[in-house]
Design a protein around this ligand. Structure first.
Ligand SMILES: NC(=O)c1ccc[n+]([C@@H]2O[C@H](COP(=O)([O-])OP(=O)(O)OC[C@H]3O[C@@H](n4cnc5c(N)ncnc54)[C@H](O)[C@@H]3O)[C@@H](O)[C@H]2O)c1
Length: 253
């Protein structure tokens, strides 16, 4: 299956690192014009430079934990791209800890990026997406489908993304499709730098993450990017409201 995005206009939030960055690369390979969002002007500039720049890459910096920034990011992208066909909400944060570790500020930090930011980016993109009959792919998680101890707040945010995706899919049909992907553990900074490397016993932590998946390994960002590109493509034209697990079987039973 050859997916062609030539001339299609895509915005990826959190597109400078990890899964978002892999999605940006895949969309570029498929011929799309891509606006890349990072939290700051500097991180976005270095992220787009690392992608090799090129005349199909645009910078749309902004902190999507703030509704006003979501609007600015989307408006910048729509202006530079000349419209919008696909919105990928990949910006996200994860903090682990027991319930008592989370005060109001820590709750807000996670929910504001993962759930509020996703909602307000969608809201800001609606005019452009309705015009193009475009679609949205949200980054949820296997932690949005099943509980994970020490990730209660993250689970709350991603469970919210899963069900918000379904509600949006119903509200925006038939003009705009809305889906989410639910990755298991994927080898990005979120898991390796902020998780494995900070554990008391990094080797044991890595082995635990490997064992968590039925397929006995950690996934790659490219494996999630492939699913994102599929859902965003015309090949998935009958798919909306889906929560697509790409988790090596971690939620299978
Ligand atoms: N890595 C995994 O195992 C995994 C599993 C399931 C779901 N996810 C989800 O996939 C998405 C991407 O995660 P990743 O693993 O690539 O993480 P990552 O930490 O490698 O990248 C996350 C990106 O989001 C950006 N970001 C964070 N807060 C932001 C903000 N306020 N404004 C703008 N950008 C912001 C970061 O700068 C970074 O570029 C997240 O939503 C994450 O929750 C990841």
């Amino acid at each position: 299956m050859q997916i062609d995005f030539t001339g299609k206009r895509v915005l990826v939030t959190g597109g400078t690192r990890g899964i978002g960055r892999a999605a940006v690369k895949s969309f570029l390979e498929a011929g799309a014009l891509v606006a890349v969002n990072g939290r700051t002007t500097e991180s976005t500039a270095s992220g787009t430079a690392a992608l090799g720049g090129g005349d199909r890459v645009f910078a749309a910096p902004g902190d999507i934990s703030k509704a006003a920034d979501c609007e600015n990011v989307v408006n910048t992208a729509v202006e530079m791209l000349g419209g919008l066909d696909v919105l990928v909400n990949s910006a996200g944060v994860a903090q682990s800890g027991i319930i008592e570790d989370f005060d109001e500020a820590a709750w807000d930090r996670t929910l504001d990026v993962n759930l509020k930011g996703t909602f307000f980016c969608v809201r800001a993109a609606l005019v452009a997406l309705r015009e193009s009959k475009g679609n949205i792919v949200n980054l949820a998680s296997d932690a949005g489908l099943i509980g994970d101890p020490r990730l209660t707040v993250y689970c709350a945010s991603k469970g919210g993304v899963v069900n918000m995706t379904r509600a949006m899919a119903l509200e925006l049909a038939p003009d705009v499709r809305v889906n989410c992907v639910c990755p298991g553990f994927i080898d990005t900074d979120m898991v390796r730098r902020d998780g494995i490397e900070k554990a008391d016993d990094p080797a044991a932590e890595e082995q635990a993450l490997i064992d968590y998946a039925a397929l006995k390994r950690i996934g790659t960002p490219g494996e999630i990017a492939s699913a994102i590109v599929y859902l965003a493509s015309n090949e998935a034209r009958f798919v909306t409201g889906a929560a697509f697990q790409i988790d090596g079987g971690s939620t299978a039973g």
